[in-house]
Design a protein around this ligand. Sequence first.
Ligand code: ZN
Length: 289
Amino acid sequence: MTCPHQRWGRRVFLGLLGIGLASAAAGCGTAPTGSDPGEPGSGVGGSARGGSGGPLGTGLQPRPIRPPRPVDRPHGVVELFGGPAASVPARQLALTVDDGFCDRCVAGYAAFAQRTGVHLTFSPNGRYASAWAPQAPVLRPLIEAGQVQLMNHTFTHPDLTKLAPAGIREELERNEKWIATTFGTSTRPYFRPPFGRRNLAVVETAGEVGFNRVVLWDGSYSDSELITPEFLMAQAHRYLQAGVIMLGHANHPTVLGLFDQILDVIRQRRLTPVTLDEMFHTQRPPVTS
Ligand SMILES: [Zn+2]
């Protein structure tokens, strides 16, 4: 079976949320609904769209772009694996950084953002508040300036497919409330399901509470677990491309010594790191919770 995301070669892969397509995708060898290659406790991997078998497997060759396809789902839910078509000629790159169970990794990323002015999106979990809260004085001004954005990644980082709707809502709203209190910003409408795990119940429940942009990724450092600097940079060279949503983690210190090298790759390729708001032309809603 051809994976839908491979067959369509889409950068913004809409329509997976239909039951039939979701089941088709689940049959892919490295399906986006499978274990998250970038998450704690998961195995190795690369792309949420199919690892080495996906469109990124050939390195830097341009990938086909098709315009977004409207999807008739409640709450306008869409899944995002990469940027819209216009993000490629604009050479935009969305760097996203999840979790944060390593204090000095969170501090290192915050300092990197402050020092370089690089735009990026963090996906912190409230369970790691002890790592994130000390960085609030650094991050709040960057958030207010639009350089840094926060998206929702749940409070305790569970597999949302194993929770009832009430539990899904609780995870998202508890994390939203913690982020609003700590950083003075809302995460709506963007959320990334832990491990990339979601089903129709997850995305519809999330959509009900204002999270209708399900952010996956099409490039990853695969650094949710401890990896070598050489491997991380190989992933960087492979995946840092125009139009990509790149997944990284503030979980292990390997990346801390590589920020300048990563920046060199971005500059050599004339890429412009952007937040999700910048990539998808959205704005932060007022804090309501
Ligand atoms: Zn995570």
